[in-house]
Design a protein around this ligand. Structure first.
Ligand code: CTP
Ligand code: MG
Length: 554
């Protein structure tokens, strides 16, 4: 549970260094305790955005003296935090305590004098450090920005003592680190400087898994160009009957305006932004976007505009993730499980998306008795006037202050919840019913898509419209098989041979999915999978009371 607290606190500085207090490495225990201290989404985002505005990204030579580097930069202002990481070379993220530090640093930074190469003299906060010192320095300590591989993860989980511990351990390995989140905000802030050439008051905000609490190291960076500070401002009338208005070019629709803004910003990123490569303008998509790789950070970026609802759903997921300590490990575990078995993919297609899967987990947790998560309607009833939000005619209001949401009484273990999740969706009436987190109840399906998950804020839309019948069938089968496998492995516990995969580790083995399939095929010939699971579970439940009643894991 302490890891949960870490995420919602902005105070964690694992691995990164605070110059003011020399090296500061906080432990899990000195974090905020109560949900009273859990920050609202807006507060946290605003803090991180402001922090990013005071930061620079510097490409460094392979061997530099950390001490000299800091001394050099400190001439421009106090340094709050810094860290190094590797991405085709060494980079440093340096956060000054004041914005003046950046201004002073930029003042002292020269434009490259490479004569054989023409350059666009566009000044950004992505800098290169040149050092003419000997290479005798020990390498700086670089923080990992990518997760460990599945094989290593399986080994690690196999050594844990319970399935609950495995799930927390998985989350600990995969979740975004504080530094990685800082880097994500910094990339948004660097891009904002580019977009500000056209729209000086714009903000580029990260959304999706970078901020919703469910992001895995290495996930894409979804960004939203927010122009509301420009267009949404209400100027007080002078009261003399006169008022002035900006003349503006009109477009045929809001969509056309979004497309032309993104076309221009995309072009600017392509032509002038250092480190941005492979820019693609995908302007005819339902949600127009500019996609590119930000090489210094290694992030795959999707820049959208006019995408307020997606921002709201990221905030909702953040809230759900912060309400109960079991939500995030469960989602991380299931996202990982879905990925290793090919239910989700980084390539768009007829697969389930991480977003859809997360909504399915939330729905399942709303259906527990007693419920673990409140319904969206309940969250709307708890809202106060400041929470009110209507986007394009859709009511997106819900309470945002954790303190206003009553605690739930459910004490189930993660092991039990995962087991029940697999059984729930292994037997769900997908052909008739739609998943609806607003009501917390399945509803009759309004259309024929194989999988129907109502978009929480745009009720007419199906979040999983892309999923085809084959992929749904794979999901159902895998849930059934995993329910069975978990029942076996879970009952057995950690094996005396410490490295033998068991519990979640066994569920994540790619070879195991094959093993289950073979096992499953033999049985499938006799009876439908759901029946098979029920019978198996019944027999296992019966035998659980008797000592030595459960079989070994596959
Ligand atoms: N979104 C949505 N409806 C969809 C798909 C996405 O509203 N059908 C919104 C969600 O807010 C989602 C965000 O767009 O969080 C970003 O989408 P995506 O990158 O697909 O999902 P992530 O949650 O960021 O997960 P991943 O780690 O797979 O990128
Ligand atoms: Mg994403």
């Amino acid at each position: 549970r302490s890891l949960q607290k870490n995420y919602f606190s902005c105070r964690r500085k694992v691995g990164s260094k605070s110059v003011a207090t020399k090296v500061q490495t906080t432990t899990k225990t000195d974090e905020c305790e109560a949900k009273d201290e859990r920050k609202t989404f807006d507060t946290l985002q605003e803090e991180r955005r402001e922090q990013a505005e005071r930061s620079v990204l510097i490409s460094c030579p392979p061997k530099i003296s950390e001490k000299k580097f800091l001394k050099h930069l400190s001439r421009h202002g106090n340094i709050n935090n810094f860290f190094f990481y590797e991405s085709f070379g060494i980079y440093a993220v340096v956060e000054f305590s004041e914005k003046d530090g950046i201004a002073s640093l930029q003042e002292a930074t020269s434009i490259t004098s490479v004569s054989h190469e023409a350059t666009v003299p566009f000044k950004t906060r992505l800098l290169s450090l040149k050092a003419n010192e000997s290479n005798s320095q020990p390498p700086v300590q670089c923080l990992q920005q990518t997760p460990i591989g599945v094989n290593k993860l399986v080994q690690k989980l196999s050594r844990e003592d319970s399935i609950d511990q495995q799930s927390y351990s998985l989350m600990e390995e995969y979740q975004l680190t504080e530094e990685n989140i800082c880097l994500r905000f910094l990339v948004c802030s660097l891009l904002k400087d580019i977009a500000a050439a056209y729209f000086p008051e714009c903000i580029i905000r990260p959304f999706g898994s970078s901020v919703n609490g469910f992001g895995k190291l290495g996930c894409d960076l979804d960004m939203f160009l927010d122009l509301d500070a420009i267009s949404g401002r209400n100027i007080k009338q002078a009261g003399d009957g006169f008022s002035l208005e900006y003349q503006m070019k009109r477009t045929s629709s809001e969509r056309a305006a979004t497309q032309s803004i993104l076309a221009v910003i995309g072009e600017c990123v392509d032509q002038f932004a250092p480190g941005c490569a492979g820019v693609q303008k995908i302007l005819n998509a339902r949600c127009p976007l500019v996609r590119f790789a930000h090489q210094p950070s290694g992030f795959q970026c999707d820049l959208t505009a006019n995408n307020r609802v997606a921002m709201k759903s990221s905030e909702l997921l953040y809230l759900y993730g912060g309400l109960d300590g079991r939500v995030r490990p469960m989602v991380f575990t299931l996202r990982c499980w879905a990925r290793v078995h090919g239910l989700t993919s980084t390539i768009p297609g007829a697969w389930l998306t991480n977003f859809s899967l997360t909504v399915m987990v939330i729905f399942f947790l709303q259906k527990r008795s007693p419920a673990i998560l409140p319904t969206l309607d309940q969250l709307r009833h708890l809202a106060d006037p400041r929470d009110k939000s209507v986007i394009e005619g859709n009511d997106c209001t819900f309470v945002r202050d954790f303190r206003r949401i009553p605690d739930q009484k459910n004490t189930e273990t993660l092991e039990n919840l995962l087991q029940e999740f697999f059984e729930f969706y292994g037997n769900f009436a997908f052909s008739r019913m739609s998943i609806n987190i607003r009501k917390g109840k399945e509803q009759n399906k309004p259309e024929v898509s194989p999988l129907h998950i109502q978009n929480p804020f745009e009720p007419a839309l199906n979040v999983s419209k892309n999923v085809n019948a084959t992929q749904l069938e794979r999901l159902v089968t895998l849930c059934q098989e995993s329910a069975w496998l978990l029942q076996q492995g879970g009952a057995r516990g950690r094996s005396p041979a410490r490295d033998t995969p068991w519990g979640l580790a066994a569920l994540l083995l790619p070879s195991v999915s094959q093993a289950i399939k073979t096992k499953g095929k033999k049985r499938r010939a006799r009876e439908p999978a759901s029946e098979r699971i029920k019978t198996l579970l019944d027999s296992l439940k019966g035998s659980k009371a008797a000592p030595g009643g459960s079989a070994g894991a596959a």
